[in-house]
Structures are given as C-alpha cells and as structure tokens.
Design a protein around this ligand. Sequence first.
Ligand SMILES: [Zn+2]
Ligand SMILES: [Zn+2]
Length: 154
Amino acid sequence: MSLLCLGHASAGSALPFHALSPQKYLQQLWNTILLIALLLCTGVMVQAQRQSRQELSERDAELDLKQHIRRRLLALKTRRYHPGKPPRSRACEIDSCAVCLDQFHKSQWLRVLPCSHEFHRDCVDPWLLLQQTCPLCKRNILGENRPDTQLSPP
Ligand SMILES: [Zn+2]
Ligand SMILES: [Zn+2]
C-alpha cells in the first residue's frame, strides 16, 4: 500500500507542467534558467581562466626566448666599418647590408654573425629578435643545439 502511494507521489511530481499551478510552473522555469545560466557562467569562467593561464605561459616562453636572443646578440661581435680595410673572412667582399640594401659607410657599427656575414647592427638586431637566423645564409644564431624545424623543407 505504502509502495503504491510512493509510486503515485513520484508520478505526481513528474506530471507535465500544465498540471502544476502557474506559480509553480514559473518557479520551476526560473530555477531551470538560473541553473543553465550558472552552468554557462562556470564554463565561461573556467575557459577564460585556462586561456589566460595558457597565454601567460606562452608570453613567459616568448620573453625567455627574447632574453636568450638578446644575450646571444650581446655575445656576437660588432665592429666599425672602415672602407678599404676588409676583414680577413670569407664574407669580406660584401660591403652592403642585406637587410636595408644600403652600402656600409665609414664608422657605422656592423654586427658580425657566427657565419661571418655582416649587417648594420641597427638593421639586423630587430631581425634576429624575430627570426634568429642570418638573413643571407639562414644559419641559426642560437647555436646548433636547437632543431631547425622551420628551415627544413616540407
Ligand atoms: Zn642595413
Ligand atoms: Zn650568414
């Protein structure tokens, strides 16, 4: 008998909405909307949090790389250009900057890369911060330890 009653009771709560009073119906509808809104908010917040954390770590990695490149740039040789006194290197015949295509002028600061290619220091430093490779021969200035994925043919 009691089991039957319970069955009836649960069946009663699962009745379609039109069997409920309008107030109860509205209350239930409102609860549902609130629940959905809450779920959406939580989802959006979690997503945003995850995204910001990811962006942060990406920015960190980028800053690390930039600092690493800056240190590497500081370790690279610079020299003042003196026409008529070519350095004893295999790139000695180059007397213009491959970045701005301008000729080297007297007393300009040049950056000498490990491949002995030379460029205006002011031209090649921003380039190296972005590319880390020699504009002429594409050799990586960060050393040979890093795998050069972007240079290998597809
Ligand atoms: Zn230049
Ligand atoms: Zn080079």
